[in-house]
Design a protein around this ligand. Structure first.
Ligand code: AMP
Ligand code: TRP
Length: 344
């Protein structure tokens, strides 16, 4: 078994995805597609973050099924379990232990600034769980437990990674004896590609999201060719032909979103896509986008369906990942405990 070693100055990647609802094109283009590229060059650890999922109510049987589905989706998208570590968060108990220690480092004022909590808790904030509130602390524990240096995510997670940096640097100040040799290095977000924020197909100002009640707002990784086609056909647009420049495009949120999706799926820059479609109407553009989306997503959904026929095999894959993850996590947590003064 090869375990990536954390060497000084070596990049190590950590990222996570929640096993809730349907994985969609935003998850794929904003996160997983980048993971697949990064695993070639860096030691990479990816987690299905079930402990994050339970910060809002989950139906137990559905949660279990979603863990299998998300694992299958990640593998079907191209994560190679011989190159990367893939595991389920709650199976490595060190995540929860480090999160508790970080709860005693993180300040309430820092959490009060988190916009995702405000959005998710909505008006009835008093009724939100403490777990939802301290969710970013657990996320910091996920990253720092592996001393990850880089965190590839979509744009919505930027603020959480800034918080992980604040926690790391505060921990270093509180507990690292030698200032030259900080215990944690500060993790960097990696937010790249033309689709760091894929928007809803029904409203170009809203993020594409698993929790949107309208299924027509998103393209799920499990959608059939017909569903993809009908959702793109119905996607909100405007009556004007496509513009000559990216600046003009930016003033039209729905058009901007669809051209960004096209660019990301075809691995070309937005400038190039704008150049390809200048002056064309959506009746010309949409069929091209449908063709491209089906070509990219169909192989993923058929591979997912194939993998999901054998959930025992998926459990085995997660078990292997768990063992590898724990080999890195255990010694880091032990060091943290001794620095804090806890008895190991
Ligand atoms: P989640 O579904 O919240 O667990 O998110 C998993 C990953 O997908 C994270 O890296 C998110 O930043 C990314 N992501 C989620 N929704 C979008 C979106 N609409 N556009 C781009 N990235 C997204
Ligand atoms: N909070 C992330 C999201 O909803 C998921 C996540 C949990 C994560 N732990 C992480 C992402 C650690 C990157 C690193 O998208």
């Amino acid at each position: 078994m090869t375990i990536p070693q954390s060497k000084q100055n070596e990049k190590r990647i950590f990222s996570g995805i929640q096993p809730t609802g349907n994985l969609h094109l935003g998850n794929y283009l904003g996160a997983i597609k980048n993971w697949v590229k990064l695993q070639e060059d860096f030691s990479s650890i990816f987690s299905i973050v079930d402990l994050h999922a339970i910060t809002v109510p989950q139906e137990p049987l559905q949660l279990r099924a979603s863990i299998h589905e998300v694992t299958a989706a990640i593998i079907a998208s191209g994560i190679d379990i011989n190159k990367s570590i893939l595991f389920n968060q709650s199976s490595v108990k060190e995540h929860s232990e480090l999160a508790w220690i970080f709860n005693c480092v993180c300040r309430i004022g820092w959490l009060n600034r988190m916009t995702q909590f405000k959005e998710k808790a909505g008006k009835n904030r008093e009724n939100a769980t403490v777990g939802l509130y301290s969710y970013p602390v657990l996320m910091a524990a996920d990253i720092l437990l592996y001393k990850a240096t880089h965190v590839p995510v979509g744009d919505d997670q930027k603020q959480h990674i800034e918080l992980a940096r604040d926690i790391a640097s505060s921990f270093n100040n509180m507990f690292t004896l030698d200032n030259e040799n900080n215990f944690f290095s500060l993790p960097e977000p990696q937010i790249f590609g033309p689709a760091t924020r894929v928007m809803s197909l029904r409203d170009g100002t809203k993020k594409m999201s698993k929790s949107d009640p309208s299924d027509a707002s998103r393209i799920n990784l499990t959608d059939t060719k017909e569903e993809i086609s009908s959702k793109i056909k119905k996607a909100k647009t405007d009556p004007n032909p496509l513009p000559e420049t990216v600046d003009e495009l930016k003033k039209r949120p729905e058009a901007f979103n669809l051209l960004n999706i096209y660019s990301s799926l075809s691995n070309q820059t937005l400038d190039k896509t704008v150049e390809n479609f200048v002056g064309k109407g959506f009746s010309h553009f949409k069929p091209k986008l449908i063709e491209l989306a089906v070509e990219n997503l169909n192989p993923i959904s058929s591979e997912m369906r194939y993998l999901l026929k054998d959930t025992k095999a998926i459990d085995k894959i997660l078990k292997t990942g768990e063992i590898k993850a724990r080999q890195i996590a255990e010694p880091v947590l032990q060091d943290v405990k001794s620095l804090v003064g806890l008895i190991n």
